[in-house]
Design a protein around this ligand. Structure first.
Ligand code: AMP
Ligand code: GLY
Length: 423
């Protein structure tokens, strides 16, 4: 098969690494790609926003499957355009991608189908929003509609903070309604399923670390590290999530004539009353994908093709018993302003540590040097018999990378390690 992978982050490098190992693969192309992805794929200068150009390329190179990594091309309708041109695609069309693109769309779906989630209102009226906050008090959560790279959600710990955030969230939401919802207490976990129409193939769980500094301090980021599986996500919780959240969602979209096809990211809060949906994403997590791919025993391309073809009822997937952890090596200043372009040395040495794979997230080639080119720059990933062992390997590897302009959290996996120690 000839495959075109869309995207340029650590998530897409993890996918290209796994796709490159597929016995079905003839040739992998990637756009826009990065120097890590370039080890697995031919990088092609395609403008992903230009659907006609992507279609023309796919026809010329006889692409059998287009794999879309990030959400933006999906909410922009790239999958619809490809399917209309009779090109197979891994990733949902525009309407089902609204699960990520619109908070109110997802909350309404939850309300209609009794899917467990935080109690909420959706409103276009600032006065109504303020009255709801006055009535419910804090902590409380405000969510702007649309894609905001994780910045559209405000978790307000006081009523004053919530009231102050109203104008900002309404401004971000534009014409679409704002969601204001109950604060959920518990431990977060994410879960991933391949979905096609009403068919669901459960994958695995993971947990990421959203705050920038150790001990979960500082502002939210796209994720500073992750591990898989998430011990809090037990078999019993998985059963409930499939029955009460994933299947009703897949069924509802299929019945509405807008079936989902692709990977569904289920963001959960495991509360004392059971799992509740926080959010859906219509793609793999970044950096969660980086810990799922090394654990997947079966062939990713076979499974992505089965997803696109609607053959998930005939598919199965196995996972290694080992756990995986990834530590994000980020640019100093991230998630705020930072400088790109500093040289990074020692990636090969880090890759030599047993069980370790370094994924490129925000790098660029400069002659024969690798330089930083983004906020989250490398994802140092390790497998191990336990989280403790995987973590030791990942930190041993990251210490071999010479990049003084970077920083990382030193406590990735702390919840799981505390659980291992308590055993
Ligand atoms: P979202 O973009 O909806 O995933 O929200 C971003 C982050 O905000 C989540 O990963 C949670 O850490 C937090 N969050 C969102 N909704 C809630 C909620 N109802 N209760 C507690 N925390 C939340
Ligand atoms: N790591 C969180 C996300 O990909 O949305």
């Amino acid at each position: 098969m000839n495959v075109l992978l869309i995207g340029s982050g650590g998530r897409e490098h993890a996918m290209s690494w796994k796709l490159a190992a597929s016995p079905l693969l003839t040739k992998l192309y990637a756009a826009p790609g990065n120097p890590g992805i370039a080890e697995d794929a031919e990088i092609v200068p395609l403008k992903v926003e230009d659907h006609a150009a992507v279609i023309a390329f796919a026809k010329e190179k006889k692409i059998d499957l287009v794999v879309v990594g990030p959400e933006a091309p999906l909410t922009a309708g790239l999958a619809d355009a490809l399917l209309a041109a009779k090109i197979k695609v891994f990733g949902p069309q525009k309407i089902p991608a609204t699960l990520e693109g619109s908070k109110s769309f997802t909350k309404r779906l939850c309300a209609e189908h009794n899917i467990p989630t935080a109690g909420f209102i959706e409103t276009k009226d600032r006065a109504e929003a303020r009255a709801y906050i006055e009535r419910h008090g804090a902590p409380i959560v405000l969510k702007a509609d649309g894609l905001h790279a994780g910045k559209g959600v405000i978790v307000a710990m006081t009523k004053e903070e919530a009231l102050m955030a109203v104008d900002q969230v309404f401004a971000m939401s534009g014409e679409a309604p704002v969601v204001i919802e109950e604060f959920l207490e518990g431990e977060e976990a994410s879960y991933f399923c391949f979905v096609h129409g009403e068919q669901v193939l459960p994958l695995a769980s993971a947990q990421d670390h959203k705050r920038v500094f150790d001990n979960d301090q500082g502002p939210n980021t796209g994720g500073m590290g992750a591990y898989s599986p998430a011990p809090v996500f037990t078999k019993e919780i998985e059963r409930i999530v499939l029955e009460k959240i994933v299947h009703p969602t897949a069924r509802a979209l299929a019945k509405a004539g807008t079936p989902y096809s692709g990977v569904l990211y289920i963001g959960l809060m495991i509360t004392k009353d059971g799992p509740k949906l926080i959010e859906y994403n219509v793609r793999f997590g970044d950096p969660e994908c980086q810990v799922l791919m090394p654990r997947m025993k079966d062939d990713l391309l076979t499974l992505m093709l089965a997803t696109a073809n609607g053959e998930l009822d005939k598919s199965s997937v196995r996972w290694r018993d080992e756990v995986a952890i990834t530590v994000v090596f980020a640019n100093k200043g991230y998630p705020g302003a930072y400088k790109s372009g500093a040289e990074i040395r020692g990636i090969e040495k880090a890759n030599e540590i047993e069980g370790v794979t370094v994924f490129h997230a925000g790098t660029k080639s400069d002659g024969n040097k690798i330089v930083s080119n983004g906020g989250r720059v490398l994802n140092v990933t390790a497998l191990g018999k336990s989280v403790t062992e995987a973590r030791e390997r990942a930190y041993k590897a990251i210490a071999l990378i010479d990049w003084p302009e970077g920083f990382y959290r030193s406590d990735i996996g702390w919840r799981a390690i505390a659980r291992e120690k308590a055993k």
